[in-house]
Design a protein around this ligand. Structure first.
Ligand code: SF4
Length: 912
């Protein structure tokens, strides 16, 4: 075993939690210190710490830095998972965890010693590349570099650098069209039995579900009329294997690809695991039958990384670039967001850098890139073309259906798991936003970045220089586009708007949008810090005139881009001698990017054209100023479809052959109407198949809904007191859901210290400097921890077992009365529309509680006036009690579900 008896690293160490601060000298004892003392010690000498931003947050000293164990871990074990807490690090290293806060500093010394000893051991799996990387980190004065140096020996042979080590993809033949095959119910059942394993419980619900899903894969009866199945599958049905059984059978028989689309990364991870029952990791020819595919903005762009390593980044971001280069060499797929890159790594570097290293701006030069054959994005795209199963997300499936590079790769058999989110995903995919931030992206793509930017980012003329020199008309079109794009906003636009000196027609329009939005604002500054918006109606003449000028400027950009697209097509149709396969791929890539920029410009023009005239009933248009903490960060015009399932039906459903939406919360009570409307099925020429499969869980005996009736709305001290006491009564394991960040912060601020002193750590989104995925990992890992959060946690949390035993909602989750919501509410039946939304949210939140047969717990709503008509949100048979907080606490403390309580009985009760 590696370094089992490693010596602790005798450097001073610091730990700060909500319960206090502890400092340990290099050799010697640990003592509690004040925050002030801790800050002095940190400023004096680099201390061993764990998660610098979190310690900084606890000490109220933002500039804190030191010898962060997480950075050392990321260097020694790149691409390895660890929960970024003392307990999580101990588990990842296989060493004893500290048993209390004051034991953490000594633990940090042990963990550091263990990691250093690992670097000396012969079986260190991630040795390759470490020495070379360390030499660069020494030059960058990374705090760990000199400590590590004596422990990492120089390799005998020079190490290959990252770009030489990564594997190359190979061209593979196009997959033919899938065969039309019929799969029999008996075969589906047999496959399901094989996947669930011999001797597993025979679940009739799952078998029926699987048989129904099989029908989606039957040959399509008519053009543009796919098979559509809506399947409401209660938690615990076993839906993943339920659909993977017919999907794997169909893929095997037909030679086609099935896409499974999810909304959360969690489910993607789970699917990746479960698909291992149906497919081997690699086929005989070395290709992979199952591929996870994300949007390109998720992946590391090697060209951007090379730039960063060669001087594009300096200081801390440069250190991050070297960490990422270490990770890239060991990563499974180069996915930086939700893949095997620890979510906390970006936060350690205050997020600077991660986004800049992905291909956010669509500036990929494809075959013109020296790393094209190793590119993670190209690897994923090519692998998915050969895959039996592609695991993707809703947005990517929609974008691929709308503008996939390769027609043959568009999804035709799709299972939308977490299907209740398809509406939201369609809503954002098919929306248009002409905002400063969007327009400046387009400007950079056409003109290139402004002078202050480092790096390789280049405009159209540099990217297509060879086309310009070969094809005169193409060259002229590029020049014209670059000139016309000067009308778009440039860097510093927000400041110019503030000073009242906008440059160009689009900035002038945005200035007017801002003025109108503020003029009509009625929030009285109460919501300062949050965005404000107003309808794009009743605008006066000068604003409409500015919109006309901006629309003209946009049209003037679009027309040379269209001409250029035509020239590129002509070159591809009649290729010159010098155009090799790589050049061809690059021009195809450029043509594709041009096409969707032209579509974007058309959508903006259409939005502006409507401003002076009557509104289009198909759309909801509005003006908005986006703000965060009172700081404006974007301004613009927005257009959403009133019913985004119309374009979804046209773009995704009609070209497909079989589509299924499945979820535990598709339906509203006994009603299917809303689910059908929100699936897009109403817009195609065939009725969807409907299936309902009840959860096998015993909600009547394993869960309770407690509606607390004596916490007045708006009484923050009482709300905080209630949260604190509920967490104590449960001994942690509470997920608290809020509809407003402001209230969540206020509650957290009042109770976190006190709970921490009772051994009940409390984490919160938007308070702790930790990404949401990592917060959930921490919550899952520590049964005493509780987590507060907002919408994203309502159904992004899958924490089976003891770690989650109580969900608390601060109030009924009413929808925010935005302009878009108002329009949909009016079209969707008024308050009945709101009720449906709320019931869906309650059902999703309740769904967090019981994830497996052995789970049990309480769902608490702190609302004196919880309308009875919302109760159908909960599974039938679940007991619902209206009671006071005291009574609720009694039930929680004496819970029939729990035997142990971690509450500190000697502590006085919370007063809020
Ligand atoms: S091919 Fe494109 S995305 Fe891939 S590394 Fe090169 S520039 Fe980046």
């Amino acid at each position: 075993m590696v370094a089992a008896m490693a010596e602790p690293l005798p450097l001073p160490a610091l730990h700060a939690s909500h319960a206090g601060t502890w400092l340990r000298d290099g050799i010697g004892g640990t003592r509690g210190v004040s925050k002030g003392e801790a800050v002095m010690a940190v400023a004096d000498t680099p201390l061993l710490i764990l998660n610098a931003p979190l310690v900084a947050n606890r000490l109220g000293y933002p500039d804190l830095s030191g010898l962060d164990l997480l950075e050392l871990f990321a260097f020694v074990h790149p691409a390895r998972f660890a929960v970024p807490t003392p307990r999580g690090l101990a588990h990842a290293l296989g060493i004893d965890e500290p048993d209390s806060d004051d034991g953490v500093p000594a633990f940090l010394q042990r963990a550091a010693g263990h990691l250093l000893a690992t670097c000396e051991s012969h079986d260190w799996a991630e040795r390759e590349g470490a020495w070379s990387s360390l030499q660069s980190l020494v030059r960058l004065r990374w705090p760990w570099a000199n400590i590590l140096s004596p422990h990492i020996r120089k390799p005998e042979r020079a190490e290959k650098w990252l770009f030489a080590r990564l594997p190359e993809w190979e061209e593979s033949p196009e997959r033919g069209q899938p065969a039309n095959v019929l799969i029999e119910e008996a075969e589906v059942e047999a496959r399901l039995e094989r996947l669930t394993g011999e001797g597993s419980e025979q679940r009739e619900g799952q078998r029926r579900y699987s048989r129904d899903v099989g029908k989606v894969f039957a040959p399509r009866p008519r053009r543009e009329v796919p098979h559509v199945l809506l399947a409401q599958a209660g938690t615990g049905i076993g839906k993943t294997l339920g659909y993977l059984a017919p999907a794997s059978l169909w893929a095997e028989r037909s030679g086609g690809t099935v896409w499974v689309s999810t909304y959360t990364k969690n489910l993607q991870r789970q699917l990746r695991q479960e698909s291992g029952r149906a497919w081997p990791p690699v086929r005989r020819d070395g290709s992979r039958p199952v591929v996870v595919r994300k949007g390109r903005e998720n992946y590391l762009c090697l060209l951007n990384l090379e730039d960063a390593l060669q001087g594009g980044f300096s200081g801390r971001p440069a250190v991050l670039a070297h960490m990422l280069a270490r990770w890239a060499a060991y990563s499974q797929d180069g996915d930086m967001i939700g893949g095997d890159l620890p979510g906390w790594l970006g936060s350690l570097f205050r997020k600077r850098g991660i986004a800049a290293l992905t291909d956010q701006r669509g500036e990929c030069v494809y075959a013109g890139c020296p790393h094209y054959r190793k590119c993670f994005i190209e690897h994923a795209a090519r692998a998915s073309a050969q895959a039996d199963l592609v695991i993707a997300n809703h947005a990517l499936v929609m974008v691929n259906a709308a503008r996939g590079r390769d027609h043959a790769q568009r999804p035709t058999r799709v299972v939308f798991d977490e299907g209740h989110h398809v509406f939201e995903a369609a809503d954002s995919t098919f929306a248009a936003a002409l905002t400063g931030a969007e327009a400046i992206e387009l400007r950079h793509w056409i003109v290139g970045p402004e002078k202050s930017h480092k790096g390789r980012r280049r405009g159209l003329s540099a990217r297509l220089a060879d086309v310009a020199s070969y094809d005169e008309a193409g060259g002229t079109a590029i020049e014209a586009a670059v000139e016309a794009a000067q009308a778009l906003p440039a860097d510093g636009w927000l400041q110019r708007l503030n000073e009242g000196v906008p440059a160009g027609p689009v900035e002038a329009l945005l200035g007017a949008v801002r003025a109108v939005t503020y003029a009509r604002d009625e929030s009285g500054g109460q919501e300062a810090g949050y965005g404000i918006e107003t309808e794009a109606a009743g605008l006066d003449g000068p604003v409409v005139e500015l919109a006309g000028q901006a629309a003209g400027a946009l049209a003037a950009i679009r027309s040379p881009l269209l001409r250029l697209g035509g020239r590129l097509e002509a070159i591809l149709a009649d290729p010159p001698d010098w155009l090799d396969a790589q050049g061809r791929a690059r021009i195809e890539g450029a043509r594709h990017s041009l096409a969707w920029r032209c579509d974007l410009l058309s959508a903006w023009e259409a939005l502006l054209d409507r401003l002076g005239g009557p509104g289009d009933p198909e759309f909801v248009d509005w003006l908005a100023v986006d703000r965060n903490e009172a700081r404006e960060f974007d301004i613009g015009l927005h257009r959403h479809w009133l019913d985004p399932m119309k374009p979804f039906a046209r773009v995704v459903l009609e070209p497909a052959h079989g589509v299924m939406l499945t979820s535990a919360t598709l339906k509203d009570g006994a009603e299917w109407d809303a689910a059908i409307a929100r699936s897009g099925a109403a817009h195609i020429d065939s009725a969807p198949m409907l299936g309902e499969f009840e959860s096998p869980f015993d909600y009547a005996n394993r869960a309770e809904v407690l509606i607390v009736t004596d916490i007045r709305k708006g009484d923050i001290p009482a709300l905080a007191g209630a949260y604190g006491r509920i967490i104590e009564a449960c001994g942690g394991g509470v997920l608290g859901l809020f509809t407003a960040i402001r209230r969540m912060r206020a509650v957290h601020g009042r109770i976190a210290d006190r709970l921490a002193r009772s051994g009940l750590p409390l984490y919160a989104q938007h308070v702790d400097p930790i990404d949401t995925g990592t917060l959930v990992d921490i919550f899952r890992d520590d049964p005493a921890a509780s987590l507060l959060g907002t919408d994203a946690l309502r159904d992004g949390v899958d924490v089976p077992g003891h770690s989650l035993r109580c969900v608390v909602m601060e109030q009924v989750p009413w929808p925010r009365p935005t302009i878009l919501h108002r329009a949909r509410r009016a079209a969707g039946g008024g308050s009945a529309y709101d009720d449906r939304l709320i019931r869906a949210r309650l059902a999703q939140a309740f769904g967090r509680l019981i994830r497996s047969r052995n789970d049990a717990g309480h769902f608490v709503v702190l609302s004196p006036a919880f309308p009875s008509r919302l109760l159908t949100a909960f599974p039938e048979g679940t007991p619902v009690l209206r009671l006071t907080l005291e009574e609720a606490l009694q039930r929680l403390a004496n819970s029939v579900f729990e035997t142990a309580s971690h509450a500190d009985a000697s502590a006085p009760p919370f007063e809020g």
